[in-house]
Design a protein around this ligand. Structure first.
Ligand code: C2E
Ligand code: CA
Ligand code: CA
Length: 652
C-alpha cells in the first residue's frame, strides 16, 4: 500500500497520522477545486453580515473591513486559480500547503475577531446574525478544507473556541444553546471529515498501487524472462510504431535480425541448461550495444532483432551489425567447456527495402538466410540483387504451381564408382525440370520453391516413383541413390508415403539409398532419427549428403544410424591444399571408425581422383566418372562397361 511519510505543516504532522498523508501535489490539485469557492462564500457571508450592521456599526467594520476582505479573498482565489498542480514539484506543493495552512490560521482569527467586534452593535436580530455567520463559516471551512485537514482543524478550532467563549460570557441562553449546537455539529463534521480524508488517502494509494502493478505487468509482458531483453511482442509493436512515424516524417531506420549459427548443435550436445546459458550470455552481450535509437529484443529461440533509428551510412550500420556478430564469436564459458555460438545477420532498411513492417522483416529475414548460406558470421544488407532473386524465386513458385509435373519432370542418373572393383555400384538420381514458361530450372531452385510453397511432398513422391520405375531397369548389382528434401523427413506422412512407394515398386529396399543433408537433420533431430530408424528397418540405406557444408557437428554423425557419408565437392576441389586435404582425411577416418562408406563428390580431374585414392576413399562420383544422364544413356553405359571389359573407362 501507498504509505509515504512526509512532514507538511508542523500541525499536519501533529494532527494527521503520517501514514495517512497524500502526495502534496495531489492535495494541491484537490484543494484547487474547493478553495476559490470557499473564498467566494466568505465574501458573500461577510457582505451580508456587514449589510445588516451597516446602520448600527462603525464604517470601519461595515465598509472598510468587507472591502479589505473582498480584496484579500480575490487575491487568494486568483493565486489558487493560477496554480497548475501538474507542473509543481512535491517541494513546491508542500510550500503552497504550508502557506495556506498558516494563512487559514490568520484569516480565521481575523474573521472571528471581526464577527465578535460586530456583536456589540445592533439588537438581538443582528447579534443572532453574527452567531449564524460564525456557525456557517465553520461548516463551510470544514467542508472546503477536507483535503487539508490541518487547516480545517485550525480554522474550526480557532473560530469555535472564540465563539464558545463569547457565548458563555454573554450569559444569553439562546446564544449558549447555539454555541453548544454548533460545537456538536462541528465535532460530528470533523469526524466525518477525518474519515472521508482517510478513505480518500486509501483510494489514492490503492489507485497508485494498481497503476504500479499494471505498469509492472506491462513491463513483464514486454520482457523476455531468459535474457531480460525486450521480447518479440515489444519488438513488433516498436517496429509498427517506427514504420508509422517514419512514413509520416520521411524518417529512416534499419532492421537487423541475428540468428546464432551453432545454437542447435550446442543445445543438442550439451543440453537445454547449457542452451539457456548461451542465450542469456548472448542477451548480455547484445545489451552492450543498446544506445540512443537502438532497440534490441529477443524474437524467440536463438533469434534476436535490432531496430536502429536514423541509421548512419550503410557501411556504418553494417559495421555495427558485424560488431555484434564479432562479439558473439567470442567463446562462451559453460562450466568446464567453452563454446562459440557465432551469429549471422540480415539487415534491411526502411524505406528502401520495404515500407511496411511485415515486408521489411521478411526482407531482413531473406538477407539473414543469404548470410547463413554464403556469409556465415557476417551481415548481409538486403539489396536490389536480393529483390531480383526474390522475384525470380516467385516466378519459379508460380510456374511450379501451374506445371504439369509428371510430364515436365524427368530423372537423370549419375554413376558412382567403386574404385576397388572398378564397377559402377550406385547411381544418384538427379531431377530435371523443363518448364514451358521458364525453360530448364536447376533442381536445387525448384526443390527450394516446392519447399516454400508446400508442394515438396508431391514433388518428392513424383520423382521417387519415376526413379523407382527406372531402377527396375537397372542390373541388380547397381543401387539407386535418391535425394530427399530437408522437409521430407520432418513430415511423418511423407516418410510413410516413401515407404509405401518403395514397397509398391518391388525394388529390393537394400538397393535404395536415401541422401539427407544436415539441414534435414537440424529441422527436427528426434523426428529425423525416428524416420531414419524406420527406413533402415526396411533395409534402406541412409547417406549424409554434402558433408562438411552444414553444421558439421560430429555429434550428429555419432548419434544417428547412418550408412554413408558424401564428402562435399568443395572439399574435393580443395584436395591439394593443406586444409582441404586434412578435412578429407578427417572425414574418411571418421567413416572408417564408424564403419561407414565414404563417397567423394565432384571428382572432375585425375588429380582429385588420385587425392581421393590417397586418402583411402573407395567410392567416387563426379564428371570424371560420368555426368548425370537419362536412364537410356546410363543403361548403355552400364552395358558397355560390362561387355567392354574396360570397367575403369572414365569420361571427362
Ligand atoms: P547434390 O545432391 O549434391 O547433387 C550433386 C550435384 O552436383 C548435381 O547437381 C550434379 O549434377 C553435380 N555434380 C556432379 N558431379 C559434379 C562434378 O564433377 N562437378 C560439378 N561441378 N558438379 C557435379 P544438380 O543435378 O544440379 O543438383 C543440385 C542439387 O539439387 C543436388 O545436389 C540436390 O541437392 C538437389 N537435387 C537434385 N535432384 C533432386 C531430387 O530429386 N530431390 C531433391 N530433394 N533434391 C534434388
Ligand atoms: Ca545428393
Ligand atoms: Ca552432394
Amino acid at each position: 500500500m501507498f504509505r509515504r511519510i512526509r512532514f507538511h505543516h508542523p500541525l499536519t504532522a501533529l494532527l494527521v497520522r503520517r501514514a495517512e498523508t497524500l502526495p502534496a501535489t495531489r492535495q494541491v490539485s484537490e484543494l484547487r477545486k474547493q478553495i476559490p469557492t470557499l473564498y467566494g462564500l466568505l465574501c458573500v457571508n461577510s457582505w451580508t453580515l456587514a449589510a445588516t450592521h451597516l446602520r448600527v456599526a462603525p464604517a470601519l467594520l461595515t465598509l472598510v473591513f468587507p472591502v479589505l476582505v473582498v480584496f484579500i479573498c480575490f487575491a487568494r482565489a486568483a493565486t489558487w486559480w493560477r496554480i497548475r498542480p501538474e507542473t509543481l514539484t512535491e517541494a513546491q506543493a508542500i510550500r503552497q500547503l504550508n502557506v495556506t495552512t498558516t494563512l487559514t490560521a490568520i484569516l480565521s482569527a481575523v474573521f472571528v475577531g471581526w464577527a465578535v467586534a460586530l456583536r456589540d452593535y445592533g439588537g438581538p436580530y443582528e447579534q443572532y446574525h453574527v452567531a449564524i455567520f460564525i456557525s456557517v463559516t465553520i461548516i463551510a471551512c470544514t467542508f472546503c478544507l477536507t483535503h487539508l485537514p490541518a487547516a480545517a482543524y485550525i480554522s474550526t478550532g480557532t473560530v469555535l473556541a472564540v465563539f464558545l467563549v463569547c457565548c458563555l460570557l454573554s450569559g444569553n441562553e439562546v446564544f449558549l444553546a447555539v454555541a453548544v449546537d454548533t460545537a456538536f455539529v462541528t465535532a460530528v463534521m470533523v469526524r466525518i471529515l477525518t474519515s472521508n480524508y482517510r478513505d480518500f488517502v486509501e483510494l489514492v494509494a490503492s489507485k497508485a498501487e494498481a497503476s504500479r502493478l499494471s505498469d509492472e505487468n506491462a513491463r513483464l509482458a514486454h520482457t523476455d524472462s531468459l535474457t531480460g531483453l525486450p521480447n518479440r511482442r515489444y519488438f513488433f509493436q516498436h517496429l509498427e510504431d517506427l514504420t508509422r512515424t517514419c512514413a509520416a516524417e520521411d524518417g529512416r531506420f534499419a532492421l537487423a535480425i541475428f540468428d546464432l549459427d551453432q545454437f542447435k548443435p550446442i543445445n543438442d550436445t550439451y543440453g537445454h541448461t547449457a542452451g539457456d546459458r548461451v542465450l542469456a550470455e548472448t542477451g548480455r552481450r547484445l545489451a552492450a550495444f543498446a544506445g540512443p535509437g537502438v532497440t534490441l529484443a529477443r524474437l524467440g529461440g536463438d533469434e534476436f532483432g535490432v531496430l536502429i533509428r536514423d541509421p548512419a551510412a550503410p557501411a556504418t550500420v553494417i559495421a555495427f551489425c558485424d560488431g555484434i556478430c564479432a562479439a558473439l564469436q567470442e567463446p562462451i564459458r559453460l562450466a568446464e567447456i567453452r563454446v562459440v555460438a557465432g551469429c549471422s545477420c540480415g539487415l534491411a532498411k526502411f524505406p528502401s527495402a520495404g515500407r511496411e513492417a511485415a515486408a521489411l522483416f521478411d526482407r531482413a529475414d531473406y538477407a539473414l538466410y543469404h548470410s547463413k548460406l554464403h556469409r556465415r558470421g557476417r551481415t548481409t544488407l538486403f539489396s536490389q540483387v536480393h529483390e531480383d532473386a526474390i522475384r525470380a524465386e516467385r516466378a519459379v513458385e508460380t510456374a511450379l504451381r501451374t506445371a504439369d509435373l509428371p510430364a515436365e519432370m524427368r530423372m537423370h542418373y549419375q554413376p558412382i564408382l567403386d574404385t576397388e572393383t572398378g564397377a559402377i555400384t550406385l547411381v544418384e538420381a538427379l531431377a530435371r525440370w523443363t518448364s514451358p514458361v521458364l525453360g530448364q530450372v536447376p533442381p536445387d531452385r525448384f526443390v527450394a520453391a516446392a519447399e516454400r510453397s508446400g508442394m515438396i511432398h508431391a514433388v518428392t513422391l513424383l520423382l521417387l516413383r519415376k526413379a523407382l520405375a527406372d531402377a527396375a531397369r537397372l542390373p541388380h548389382r547397381v543401387g539407386l541413390s535418391f535425394n530427399l528434401s530437408a522437409h521430407d523427413l520432418a513430415a511423418p506422412e511423407t516418410v510413410d508415403a516413401i515407404i509405401a512407394a518403395v514397397r509398391e515398386s518391388r525394388l529390393d529396399p537394400r538397393r535404395l539409398t536415401l541422401e539427407l543433408t544436415e539441414t534435414a537433420l537440424m529441422r527436427d533431430f528426434e523426428q529425423a532419427k525416428t524416420a531414419i530408424v524406420a527406413l533402415r528397418a526396411l533395409g534402406i540405406k541412409i547417406a549424409l549428403d554434402d558433408f562438411g557444408t552444414g553444421y558439421s557437428s560430429l555429434g550428429y554423425v555419432h548419434r544417428l544410424p547412418l550408412d554413408k557419408i558424401k564428402i562435399d565437392r568443395s572439399f574435393m576441389a580443395a584436395a591439394d591444399t593443406e586444409v582441404g586435404g586434412s578435412v578429407i582425411a578427417t572425414i574418411l577416418s571418421l567413416c572408417r571408425n564408424l564403419g561407414l562408406d565414404g563417397i567423394a563428390e565432384g571428382i572432375e580431374t585425375e588429380d582429385q581422383r588420385e587425392a581421393a585414392r590417397r586418402h583411402g576413399c573407395r567410392y567416387i562420383q563426379g564428371y570424371l566418372v560420368g555426368r548425370p544422364m537419362p536412364i537410356g544413356d546410363l543403361l548403355a553405359r552400364l552395358a558397355e562397361d560390362e561387355s567392354g571389359g574396360e570397367p575403369l573407362r572414365l569420361s571427362a
